[in-house]
Write a protein that binds this ligand. Structure first.
Ligand SMILES: [Fe+2]
Length: 263
């Protein structure tokens, strides 16, 4: 028996709707803010202090080391019969296994002492907010609909709330996938900055290149899922809201990092 006999090609079967592009267009200013964040500019200029580099490394760690767990938890929101979608998200999950050790490799290369430099005091509140939002959106099926639905939807202001599995899927993919759309260009620039200005090898900066433009495929998958599965105004509102909130929280975390550790 040959090994190729059992190969199956997975592809999402639901038809494309064009909604994904409208979300990406609307979020473009936020992607742009992330790509050109002050942290990226200062690293590129070579003027970042050790305090800023270590501050970024520390504050970003809870986001990084939670990713594998979040990606594992979000599998629960996929309708059980949809094996193509399961396969697509499982591929992302298995790639993520290596990323936390890769991140530690970069932290050591910039002179951090592990774990002491991660455990030497509290994190900025924005780190807790961002991480809690990401974790909740992937683990708790109703958390986002409960917290946001009651705020922005007239019909749910003081009435029973509707939950749906597809709604949860869209929110977790939006929260943990679309936010990545503005990040890959920033990650490429940061990787180059560490090599050019701070004496790292490409291997030591691997985490940043791994999440650079080569990672765009993942952002595209997130957008493709939103595009195909958000087929009603209710679901589209959920998807857009989660993507927007995730980006805002990410940007505010980076703003807070710069405010605390910046030059
Ligand atoms: Fe990763």
């Amino acid at each position: 028996m040959t090994a190729t006999a059992a190969l199956h090609k997975f592809e999402l079967k639901k038809p494309a709707t064009g909604f994904g592009k409208s979300v990406a267009d609307e979020l473009a200013p936020l992607y742009d803010r992330m790509t050109n964040h002050k942290i990226v500019q200062v690293m590129e200029s070579g003027k970042a202090t050790k305090k800023l580099i270590h501050g970024l490394a520390k504050e970003f760690l809870p986001v990084i080391r939670g990713t594998y767990r979040r990606m594992a938890l979000r599998m629960q929101h996929i309708p059980p019969h949809d094996c193509d979608l399961q396969a697509a998200l499982l591929t992302e999950l298995q790639e993520e296994i290596w990323h936390t050790p890769m991140y530690y490799k970069w932290c050591r290369a910039v002179g951090m002492s592990l774990p002491r430099d991660f455990t030497n005091g509290p994190y900025v509140p924005e780190t807790y907010a961002f991480v809690m939002f990401l974790s909740l959106s992937s683990s708790d099926r109703s958390a986002l609909e409960e917290s946001c639905g009651r705020i922005i939807d007239d019909e749910f202001f003081d009435t029973p709330q509707e939950y749906s599995q597809v709604g949860s899927l869209l929110q977790t993919v939006s929260a943990t996938g679309l936010a990545l759309y503005g990040f890959p260009p920033a990650s490429d620039r940061l990787g180059d900055a560490f090599v050019k200005n701070y004496g790292l090898s490409k291997d030591e900066a691997e985490w940043w290149y791994e999440h650079g433009s080569v990672d765009m495929e993942h952002a595209k998958l997130g957008l493709d899922i939103i595009d195909r599965y958000a087929t009603t105004p209710f679901l589209q509102r959920r998807a857009k809201e989660a993507a927007w909130l995730s980006l805002e929280l990410w940007l505010r975390q980076w703003d807070a990092i710069y405010a605390k550790y910046g030059n």
